[in-house]
Design a binder for this molecule. Structure first.
Ligand code: GSH
Length: 441
């Protein structure tokens, strides 16, 4: 049996858990998986020694292999249990494969910023509305698991003060509040990040009015990745969850559908939907539209294309700049090729703070709407881009695939630039070994 070590309130845990649930419910994991709460004791005593990282989620495979990072968890399980596939085959579905990976990148490494901000902004002193109490409880439930209710809540509150300096979040950002600054969230940019999130949610609401999942009638990598921002932060957290339910109800329904819980009436992939036959007997009927499959002919739903458009408009220019910065860093005297690179997403990696904060060599200016700010370079994004590069290579290996992918990318102003991804990555390729990232010699 697989074991997933995770937290309910963790961004990337939502992605991995929903994926494993889908595989299990569809019969894809012979012996299923055990969903284990990653308590501090297990993080320090098991996860850290086994994988070199205490980050969640992590997967322990039946053969004892440890897998860290949600994308690797999915790739690992898909290789071992190909059916039902969540990764469109790039050789037969080149457009859908490229779109699923682009949306994963957008969900994992761009939408993380406003989702992370929402949780901690509405937990700050004096915010109305506030979900600080809920947030204390969900963290305390992990950090004081097994303790009585009031003690769990108090443990969350103490953690927020001791580790995250919540009472001086603005004057002296620490912990998660420092992480937000490293990611480019300041008073000058927070409204722009929120506007970006609302833009994506508005587009998803239109999409889910027509289709049950990103690519049609069954889930794919894109759905599980979008659950990163949309489950733990935007659906569960109280202030964000109220807003999501109020303004984006179809998207809420999709969260339940894709997450596979609380989904009795959410048209989930495992919904039991019956009509009554002539003799009053139960006659099963499919719960999902689009014949419960990805759209035929490798079509990308029209309503999904504007979400891909957000990737090219907002995230792609930032990624291009970050690739240049990382290339310059790897070529500089500050780095020896093959050495370790920063590995974290939510904050500067310990040991690399002087490079990833302030005006450090691994920071860069960025623009979002009318706002401008400065943020850290996140080498993990280059690892994800390397993965995308391999999907693109497989997708464009044939004349037909080349023309299909070129047609898709031509629909976005910066889209064709993706075809030269290899040139941009040439000086900043990243190798991942367990939880550690290194430049490629
Ligand atoms: N890129 C990783 C990110 C994992 C991650 O950043 N997890 C967060 C919680 S959602 C965490 O454990 N952060 C603490 C740390 O990195 O030490 C993934 O895809 O799983």
């Amino acid at each position: 049996m697989y074991r997933l070590f995770s937290w309910e309130h963790s961004y990337f845990s939502g992605k991995a858990r929903a994926y494993l649930r889908y595989k299990q419910r569809m019969g894809g994991l012979a012996d299923g998986f055990e969903d284990v709460l990653a308590t501090p004791e297990l993080m320090q005593g098991l996860l850290l020694p086994r994988s070199g990282s205490s980050a969640v989620p992590q997967l322990q495979a039946p053969d004892g292999t440890w897998v860290q990072d949600s994308s690797e968890i999915i790739d690992f399980c898909e290789a071992a249990h190909p059916e039902p596939a969540v990764l469109p085959d790039p050789t037969t579905r080149p457009r859908q494969a490229v779109v699923a990976h682009l949306l994963e990148l957008l969900a994992d490494e761009w939408l993380v910023v406003p989702a992370f901000w929402e949780r901690w902004y509405f937990s700050e002193d004096g915010r109305t509305p506030s979900h600080r109490g809920f947030n204390e409880q969900q963290w305390g439930a992990v950090f004081a698991a097994g303790a009585p209710g009031a003690a769990r809540r108090a443990a969350g509150a103490a953690l927020f003060e001791q580790l995250f300096g919540i009472s001086h979040s603005r004057s002296e950002p620490t912990g998660v509040y420092a992480g937000l600054v490293h990611l480019g969230v300041t008073e000058a940019t927070e409204a722009a990040w929120q506007a970006s999130q609302h833009r994506v949610l508005g587009l998803l609401e239109q999409h889910f009015a027509v289709h049950d999942y990103a690519l049609g009638g069954r889930p794919s990598l894109a759905d599980f990745a979008l659950l990163g921002p949309l489950y733990a932060h935007l659906y569960r957290d109280a202030v964000s969850g109220f807003a999501l339910r109020t303004h984006f109800p179809l998207t809420c329904e999709w969260v339940e559908r894709s997450n596979g819980e609380g989904a009795l009436n959410a048209r989930s992939y495992h919904q039991r939907l019956y009509s009554l036959g002539p003799d009053g007997e139960l006659v099963g009927r499919p719960a999902n539209g689009d014949a419960a499959d990805w759209l035929p002919g490798d079509a990308v739903p029209e309503t999904l294309l504007p979400v891909v458009g957000v990737f090219f408009e907002e995230m792609w220019p930032v990624l291009c700049d970050a690739m240049e910065r990382l290339t310059a860093f790897i070529a500089s005297d500050a780095h020896t090729p093959g050495d370790e690179l920063p590995g974290k997403t939510f904050f500067a990696t310990p040991g690399f703070e002087q490079h990833q904060t302030g005006d450090g060599v691994l920071t860069h200016g960025f623009a979002l709407g009318e706002a401008v700010g400065r943020r850290m370079v996140v080498p993990y994004q280059m690892w994800m881009l390397g993965r995308l590069e391999r999907v693109l290579a497989a997708a464009t290996a044939t004349e037909r695939g080349r023309s299909d992918v070129a047609g898709l990318l031509a629909g976005f102003d910066a889209g064709p630039e993706l075809q030269a991804l290899g040139q941009r990555l040439a000086g900043c390729r990243v190798r991942k070994q367990g939880a550690r990232l290194h430049s490629v010699v």
